[in-house]
Design a protein around this ligand. Sequence first.
Ligand SMILES: [Zn+2]
Length: 395
Amino acid sequence: MVVGHVLRNIAIIAAAVVFGWYAARRWRIGGTPEPRPASREYLAGLNYLVQDQPDRALEAFLRAVEADQDTVEMHLAMGALYRRRGEIDRAIRVHQNLISREELDPRQREQATYALSQDYFRAGLHDRAEKLLQPLSEGGTYRLAALKDLIRLYELQRDWSHAMEVGQALARIGRPNSEHEVAHYACEIIGAALASQQWEVAREQLKSAKAELKRFPRAALLRADLAVHDGEPLEAMEWLRRGLEQQPDLAPEVLPRVRRAVAAGGDAALALEWLNKAQPSVRTHVVQAALLGDYLDLPLLRELTRVHLLERPGIGEVLRAVLPEGGTLGDTQLDAVCAALRKQARKNARYRCQQCGFSTTTFFWQCPGCKTWDGLKPLAEVDVLLPAPRAQEDT
Ligand SMILES: [Zn+2]
């Protein structure tokens, strides 16, 4: 509330300054002896500002601008103010009027067109925004801004093919992280094709985006899905191993696929053997995912979890205190401890975005809060099990 109030006042003061500068310039040049209606409104606006009546002040400044129809800059400033106030219909009218003027030079026309695209975007009129942004994205002052807006628009519409094209254009002009986003768009297309059993579409996309998807962990998971469908569970296991080694925090996404590959005839003991030699950080991610996702029916994961629990600070000390000297957890005890930990963990968020702090119980490749790809990371085990921030999606 306080921040909104301050921002609104800043906008009003900015309008006052812009209009005041312009008015002073015009009246000095024109030498008009009597104050024009616009200047009277401007003075009234300043008076309201002094009396701490910001809403009335803003109304007066906007009327001052409306009374002065001659300048492009003032129309643009007025349109931007209307948009900022949420009066999108008015902003659209101002910018449409501006674009209809024949005397605009190319730079002004480009500026007004971009401003109108922002109005349409804000109003949710995405098709109209897209039509204005497309030519702007081909070159000129607003090229980068228009490309970024188009990406945002296609992501909102989940139009991944167009998002890929725009992402590739952004990568060509060197925008950081664009190649990473393009790889995710390709994975969205492949994932949708697999979900709707369009196996050839998925295969084709994997082939055409080969360069983008090289050493991309999400693509390894999708290749594993395709391999299971093709009756190649061992190949699937190999893809899952690669994905996990490339990005250990994907363990919660990998383990359900391991189970599917095992069900399709893969040898889990053989396929998971490499975990014994994997980095401790990889094993920790896998064990936490196995514990919280209940994958203890896979023997190696059961054994790793048993060892991990006893070595863990806190609960490991408690367990060792109640077990006989040198004893370990029996199967029944292990299941009971894991069930209790799962019950506790269910109350808390499991993922948090490293960019914006959005927390959630469900995994998303793109953070719903700030739209960063790969922003969500599993919380450390202790954060999941001890009272942690509740998932934002639940509140
Ligand atoms: Zn985020």
